[in-house]
Every structure is written in structure tokens, then in C-alpha cells.
Ligand binder design. Structure first.
Ligand code: PEP
Ligand code: MN
Length: 346
């Protein structure tokens, strides 16, 4: 439930309400707005509790939270959340671009791609070290060796890295190397994995499952938030429909819907969303126009040689061209996109 304080409630009155709620066993999430403070209280609300709190000094009213997701909802947290990764802010006015290969294949491949995407305008480097492949005979990723290569790229280029963690038993290891932990579409409802990344002090990029509703996706975010990690970034990556012309159907309507329902930052993955590189630029621009906080794009120096997702990987030239179109587009929808200054490699 939400306890709305009167606009002139004193700090002492707010404190007392919080103290009583804690006594009743509620988890408290305070949101001090410009107009008034609202106290989000997660727990079992009996009529007696409601009556007691409602009668306290400084309390205006008590409003139930209508959605099954609570910590992820706008009701409890009216202002947008900004997740900070180094000097990059995800969820602020600036459009964030994450780019890199689907998988880390070798040191040379990753460093070359990292340099190219950084020069063209990406601020965060992506690359999978643990790959969730449909076939057990396909390339599964370089595992810890891949994580070390990502760390090397971060060191040399000063770019934070995002990489997928597939299993609860790898969370600790991946968190030692990654700046953002990615939960892939296939694991969106792996609840033990969600709880495990919920106790890590690193941002989590939570992809939407390929057959999951927006509500299920926000409930998955709720697992991470309620485990104690407030740094969740949502990622729309397309869902399965009857359409076969694209790999998935990129559900861009989820962007304004999630924006309405949740305070969490939201990015879009047009690479997995379409599965075909020729459609990635249009859907990147559409994502920004729809209000996404950023995009995550697969780029490979030689897509035809990629060990995974070559058909949807942009060439470096295509990626540069796409980035050049972003500043004007961002501006048209009240956002900014600034190509980062050239990097001086260490
Ligand atoms: C990926 O990012 O390479 C990936 C496997 O994504 P998804 O989980 O969205 O399929
Ligand atoms: Mn991929």
C-alpha cells in the first residue's frame, strides 16, 4: 500500500509513520517528491493496520497498490529510476547505446569490435561469454576466458561491459568481471537466478522472455528488486508470434506501456527483435522514437564469420551510419544523444 503524507507533514511525522509501519512488519520505500512524501509499504495490510496508520498525524490517505508488481511500479516510485554505470546514466535524458558482438570469440575479435563501436558512438560494450544456444553442439561461449577478454577491453577502452549470466552458480564469477549482468530471454523466469542477481550490487539487464507478458516481465523484475537490488534495466527483445518474416516480433508497444507502469529504465534490442541486419536500423530509430532509454545492438567486424547471430549483426559501417542518424532523432523526441569523445587507450 501507499501512505500519502499531507503536503505539510513534518519530518518527525513521516519518521513516526515509517517506524509504526516497520513495527507492523512492512518493508519501507520512501519517495520524497517536490509536492509531498509518499511512503511505499510492502507487507500484509490488515484492516486494523490501515485504520491505525490512517489516523496518524500528517497522513493524508492510504492507497492500495493495484498491480501485482509493487517495487517495480510507478505507484510506489513516481519518478523514473536512473541506473548509473561508471559515468553512463541509463534512464536519464541521454540515449544510451550498448553494442558489440553476440559472443566473445577471441581477444582480437572483441577488441577490434570494441574499438569500432566505441569510435562510432557506443558507450557500453556487449558480448556473451556464456551463450544460451538452442543446440548443445553450437558454440557455447568462452566462459571465464571470455569474461577476462571483456575485462581487458574495459581496461583498455574505459567502456563498461554487459554480459549474460546463464546459471545461478556463475553469478559470483560473472559479477567479478561485468559491470552489468544480463539475464537472457530464456531465463526471465528462472526465479533462483533472479534471486541470485538480486543480492549482487551490480546493475541487471533483464530481457523480456520470448513468450512472456509485460506483467510477467515486471514480476520478474520484482524478484530482483525484492531481493535487494534496485538497479534493474528492462530490455525488450521481441516476442514469438505467428510471423516468420522476422526472427521475433519486436513489441515496441511495450515501450510506452512499461513507461506508464514502471519507473525502471527500458532499452530495446532490435538485433534479436528482428534477427535480420537489414531491419535493425529502422527498429533502432523506432525504439528511440517510442521513448526507449537506449538500445543494445549486435555488431561484428565480419558478420559472415560470426560464431553466433551473424545474420542479425551489423557491419561496422552500418553501425556508424546508424549512429550518425541518432542525434537528430533523439532531439526530435525530447532526448539527447551525444557521440562520446574519442578514447585514449591505456
Ligand atoms: C543475446 O543477447 O545474445 C541473447 C542471447 O539475447 P536473448 O536472451 O534476448 O535471446
Ligand atoms: Mn545474440
Amino acid at each position: 500500500m501507499i501512505v500519502v503524507m499531507q503536503h505539510d507533514a513534518t519530518p518527525a511525522q513521516i519518521e513516526e509513520v515509517v517506524r509504526r509501519l516497520r513495527q507492523f512488519g512492512f518493508d519501507i520505500h520512501l519517495s520524497a517528491g517536490v509536492e509531498r512524501t509518499i511512503v511505499g509499504a510492502i507487507g500484509d495490510k490488515t484492516p486494523a493496520v490501515i485504520e491505525t496508520i490512517e489516523a496518524m498525524d500528517g497522513v493524508e490517505k492510504i492507497v492500495p497498490i493495484l498491480h501485482p508488481f509493487k517495487l517495480a511500479s510507478r505507484e510506489i516510485h513516481p519518478d523514473k529510476t536512473v541506473v548509473r554505470v561508471g559515468s553512463v546514466e541509463i534512464g536519464g535524458p541521454e540515449i544510451v547505446v550498448m553494442a558489440g558482438p553476440c559472443a566473445v570469440e577471441s581477444e582480437a575479435q572483441l577488441l577490434a569490435t570494441a574499438r569500432l563501436v566505441r569510435a562510432a558512438g557506443a558507450t557500453i560494450l556487449r558480448g556473451g561469454a556464456y551463450k544460451p544456444r538452442t543446440s548443445p553442439y553450437s558454440f557455447q561461449g568462452l566462459a571465464e576466458e571470455g569474461l577476462k577478454i571483456l575485462a581487458l577491453a574495459r581496461e583498455q577502452l574505459g567502456m563498461p561491459v554487459v554480459t549474460e549470466v546463464l546459471s545461478p552458480r556463475d553469478v559470483e564469477l560473472v559479477a567479478q568481471y561485468a559491470d552489468i549482468l544480463q539475464i537472457g530471454a530464456r531465463n526471465m523466469q528462472n526465479f533462483s537466478l533472479l534471486r541470485e542477481v538480486g543480492i549482487v550490487r551490480k546493475p541487471v539487464l533483464l530481457k523480456r522472455g520470448m513468450a512472456n507478458t509485460i506483467e510477467e516481465w515486471l514480476m520478474a523484475a520484482e524478484y530482483i528488486l525484492s531481493s535487494g537490488n534496485s538497479q534493474v534495466i528492462l530490455c525488450e527483445r521481441g516476442i514469438r508470434t505467428f510471423e516468420t518474416a522476422t526472427r521475433n516480433t519486436l513489441d515496441l508497444s511495450s515501450v510506452p506501456v512499461v513507461r506508464d507502469l514502471s519507473h525502471l529504465p527500458l532499452i530495446v534490442d532490435p538485433s534479436h527483435g528482428t534477427g535480420k541486419r537489414q531491419y535493425v536500423p529502422a527498429m533502432t530509430r523506432a525504439a528511440v522514437a517510442a521513448g526507449a532509454d537506449g538500445v543494445i545492438i549486435e555488431v561484428h567486424p565480419h558478420p559472415e564469420q560470426a560464431l553466433s547471430d551473424g545474420p542479425q549483426s551489423l557491419t561496422p559501417e552500418q553501425f556508424s551510419e546508424l549512429m550518425a542518424s541518432l542525434p537528430a532523432l533523439a532531439q526530435a523526441v525530447g532526448r539527447t544523444y551525444t557521440c562520446p569523445a574519442p578514447v585514449h587507450e591505456r
